[in-house]
Design a binder for this molecule. Sequence first.
Ligand code: GDP
Ligand code: K
Ligand code: MG
Length: 273
Amino acid sequence: MSTIALVGNPNSGKTTIFNALTGANQHVGNWPGVTVEKKEGTLKINDKRYKIIDLPGTYSLGAYSEDEVVARDFIMKDNPDVVINVVDATNIERNLYLTTQLLEMGTKVVIALNMMDEAKGKNIIVDIEKLSKELGIPVIATVASKNNGIDKLIEKAIQIINLDKKTETPISYGKNIDEQIDKLKEVIESSSINNEYPSKWLALKLLEGDSYIHEMIKENNSSHIFDILNDNTDDAHDSIEPELVIVDKRYEFIGHIVSRSVKKPEVEVTTRS
Ligand code: GDP
Ligand code: K
Ligand code: MG
């Protein structure tokens, strides 16, 4: 049975979409080892069944909370066949930050651009086709609370499951960090680290100072990787911390895309003399 995971910021509409897809065929439990709620259900379309997972709402996929680790571990280790990334259309920039991290993971993604009714009310105009083209992944407009766009969304998700190609939208973090990623990637690949995670992603997380991945590498007796990491960070000593550059470049990537595909009303500036 293929698996479809719902990922998105809190209150973006994940559970509304989950309910629309699974109806009464759902089950609520807990993720092993943590108190985070696990919502699972099934969807039946044309005699085919799909497992639907409602992942905890997060703004990021780092190691800062149990929710983030549960969500990213599910994506990395359980390999859902496709991720539906629910994006709140009234707050596109912030929501796309999570999207950039899904793209970094190399997972198949389709965006449900939700809350389109509220976006309209706020005069936010989205060029869906352009947004989709710039991100390199399908974008479907939805109003989940009115069940609008859900059929089209699931049709697109299933279509992607059946495609061979993985979605890859490379984000450049600048010459310096891109080179460090490549170097670390090579070392990781020639080490004995488990390959549950793609090595390029591990390299990125190491540079970000991800505590969970650092711990995993320590436990793998691969501490020689830290020597390389330290060497690299020494080289770049005069520049700012890599994790700050990485965050910055993600926002730069988003800003570039949003400036081309989203029109918002100008904020009125009142001046007094
Ligand atoms: P989650 O935290 O991502 O699971 O978000 P929920 O599915 O719980 O939705 C948060 C709130 O937004 C709920 O009150 C929903 O009824 C509402 N909601 C969901 N989708 C839409 C939408 O497209 N438009 C509007 N106006 N409200 C929505
Ligand atoms: K909620
Ligand atoms: Mg929810």
